[in-house]
Design a protein around this ligand. Structure first.
Ligand SMILES: NC(=O)C1=CN([C@@H]2O[C@H](COP(=O)(O)OP(=O)(O)OC[C@H]3O[C@@H](n4cnc5c(N)ncnc54)[C@H](O)[C@@H]3O)[C@@H](O)[C@H]2O)C=CC1
Length: 370
């Protein structure tokens, strides 16, 4: 571990437990010193607070892995164009961040810690600005029209939209979405289809509590509405050079990127067996199983196993999806894609580690709920 990385991690432990307060303080200082920045952020700040800090912490934690660090920050900078962030705003953010760190670091916050964060932030800002600049041929965000909206269960909707300008992405990537009901609040969803000629994109959305983007997308958005999309992100994409068979593990609406990857395979695959494990609480939540089964009937290389964790009468597999995958093993020579809640991803990674699957063969993305 480099000295910079050691200092960053050590100093972070001083403030880690006070993250929420630190984030509130950070925003309060930033808006107090730069009132003009307030308009760039959502009216309700609860979600945004944990996001910004989360992004900074992820950046800091990857500082020792230059490739991941650079790629992450570049895409973060690209993604931040949707907030109308300008290069000069980074100074305001950096100043408020340092004030917050010093305040919550207290007496143990040393000059070395301070310098380490200033150095790290300078690199983060420079890379994000470069990422945004390199993307200048794309719009900062895309306007898209909702074409179809289908409620698949009490809480889950599948919606299809079409960006007005071309939006290039790869199967497995995710895209942030904003709708008029929650201005400036962006929530990421995976594209649930491989890129199509007409440019349309499907999203699988589960409504959470009232007031979230997801609830608006499930309960209020209708065909004809306009939504906005951010730049695509994420690296859970197919390695086209690999010849290994594939296991996909999906929990709930985490199926979305898996569906996109399967669709990509339907265009080219002849030789790789693809095993899909799709877990949900009950059969209503297996909202796309009929479609998966149709694909499996059509493509001999595709097999689908569905499991419910809270529906004992379901005529299929039972239990958490990670346990079901383990029962069907061993999986000695497979590539893995894992997608679902952070807890589901964590326990699936644990199971695969116990089954001696090398980490390098596993791709996953887990995003928090909002
Ligand atoms: N909508 C999208 O485009 C995407 C969503 N996600 C994430 O996927 C999650 C989907 O949530 P829900 O649909 O509410 O799924 P859920 O919470 O109802 O879980 C579905 C299934 O996942 C498995 N699971 C859940 N927790 C587990 C654990 N601790 N250990 C092992 N297996 C577990 C179980 O088999 C469960 O039946 C959300 O966190 C969402 O952020 C991830 C990628 C894309």
């Amino acid at each position: 571990m480099s000295n910079l990385s050691r200092l960053l991690k050590e100093s972070w432990t001083l403030v880690e437990e006070q993250q929420d307060k630190l984030a509130s303080y950070f925003y309060a200082r930033m808006f107090l010193n730069n009132p003009q920045l307030r308009d760039l952020f959502p009216v309700q700040m609860d979600v945004q607070r944990s996001r910004l800090l989360g992004a900074i912490v992820t950046a800091v934690q990857t500082v020792d892995d230059p490739d991941v660090f650079a790629e992450y920050l570049q895409s973060l900078g690209r993604d931040h164009r949707k907030f109308h962030v300008q290069p000069e705003h980074y100074d305001a953010v950096g100043g408020a961040l340092m004030e917050a760190l010093r305040t919550f670091g207290g007496d143990e916050w040393t000059v070395e810690f301070d310098q380490a964060w200033r150095d790290a932030y300078a690199v983060i800002a420079a890379k994000m600005i470069a990422g945004a600049e390199a993307d200048s041929t794309n719009p900062p965000y895309w306007h898209a029209e909702v074409l179809y909206h289908e409620r698949r269960s009490q809480d889950i909707a599948v919606l299809t939209c079409r960006p007005l300008q071309p939006l290039e992405y790869r199967a497995g990537q995710y895209i942030s979405v904003e709708c008029k009901h929650q201005p400036r609040l962006w929530r990421v969803y995976s594209a649930a289809n491989a890129p199509r000629k007409d440019g349309s994109i499907d999203f699988h959305v589960r409504a959470l509590g009232a007031g979230w983007v997801s609830s608006a997308l499930v309960r209020r958005v209708q065909p004809g509405d306009m939504i906005r999309l951010g730049a695509p992100m994420g690296s859970m994409v197919m390695d086209r050079r690999s010849t290994r068979d594939i296991v996909c593990v999906a929990g709930g609406t985490g199926l979305a990127p898996i569906k996109a990857l399967i669709e990509e395979m339907t265009r080219a695959n002849r030789t790789r067996w693809v095993h899909v494990f799709f877990g949900a609480k009950d059969r209503d939540d297996l909202y796309d199983l009929a479609c998966l089964n149709r694909l499996a009937a059509r493509y001999p290389w595709l097999s689908v196993v569905a499991a419910t964790s809270d529906d004992p009468e379901f005529p299929g597999e039972h239990g958490k999806i990670s346990d079901v995958v383990a029962r069907y093993g061993p999986w000695n020579d497979h590539d893995f894609f894992v997608s679902g809640s952070p807890q589901m991803v964590r326990s699936t990674l644990r199971t695969l580690a116990e089954m001696q699957v090398p980490a390098i063969r596993i791709k996953y993305d887990a995003f928090g709920d909002s």
